[in-house]
Design a protein around this ligand. Sequence first.
Ligand code: GDD
Length: 370
Amino acid sequence: MAEPYDLSVIIPTFNEEKNIAAIIDAVNDIFRENSIRGEVLVVDDDSKDQTIPIVREIAGRQENVRLIVRRDDHGLSQSVVEGFRSACSDILQVIDADFSHPPELIPRFYEAIRGGADIAIGSRYMKGGDIEAWPLARRVISLSATAFGRVLFPEVTDPVSGFFAVRRDVVDGAPLAPRGYKILMEVLGRGRWESFVEIPFVFKNREEGKSKLRAGTVIDYLRQCGGIAWFAVAHRTGPVWAEWTKVIRFGLVGISGILVNMGLLYALTEVAGLYYLVSAAIAIELSIVNNFALNDVWTFRSIEFLKFGRRFSRFGSFQAVSMGGLALNMAVLYLLAEVAGVYYLLANLAGISVAFAWNYMVNRHYTWTK
Ligand code: GDD
């Protein structure tokens, strides 16, 4: 396809009569100021207010503005995917109509993709990012959704962001199954990409109109997460699969550590005749060494930037995290068993789960990192 534009800005809308003209103006100003040949694609879900006539009027006098009105399969994600399909450029930017995403950042997304990234993600949860004026309930819902999303994409700080740009190849022909609000999760889960960058931004609560987020959106989201996880397992490729392979390996290494620990505790106490607490201390330390060695050469071996020379500092970090995990395990065991009266073996199982999650997440992000 001959690309008449360098950038397509997709704006999904539903009842945005108070914002739409202003956001189109703002995006066009950005194009002008930054010499970007850009188009604006408004994908509307048959709004009941004046959004459609307003955009129609603007599109009638501005060649680079187009309106798509959808009548079936109402939904934010579906609309964005329709925008991907109709866009006339190789770089696709998604932005809300209500100014909760600052349009002045668009050139940074554009440059990030031109600079080689497959996906550029606006993040509220990295240094420099923030959310202005959200009620507590909305913050809690958003943080929970983000935490859930990060189980699938641990390296992405804001996988549910609605402000992002992608290279067309990422989504062209990808088996996206858009539902609900979190289109970025779909792109991350089923798109074809290798690299991403994150761009911090401050999410502003809309001043005009209201959010269309509903309880059903949460259910859609949970189903979507399940679908992405299942897709990863079925196809055994992609970032989710790569991450979960690490989680499973980390778990198997943990089990090997338990065997080393128990074997040594027995051997040192029964065969070497050491006092059992001394044996236990040695057994714990050697099982930490065992786990570190296996994780370093197996679980995280695909991280190609790992340097042998930095192995000691990685070990120091792993050791500290393991001690933290041990403390967490004990704390959960104590609280559940002593305070809540839970049977101690069950309480210990909960303690082990919390320690496992802690050990994996912290090591993944701090020990085996760039
Ligand atoms: N076409 C279409 N169809 N557009 C929709 C629909 C729909 O069903 N629902 C909402 N939109 C449009 C709105 O008109 C607006 O431009 C944008 O999508 C965001 O809608 P809001 O309802 O204001 O979203 P929000 O503020 O609750 O959620 C935002 O933040 C989330 C992260 O917390 C969005 O950016 C989400 O994408 C994001 O996940």
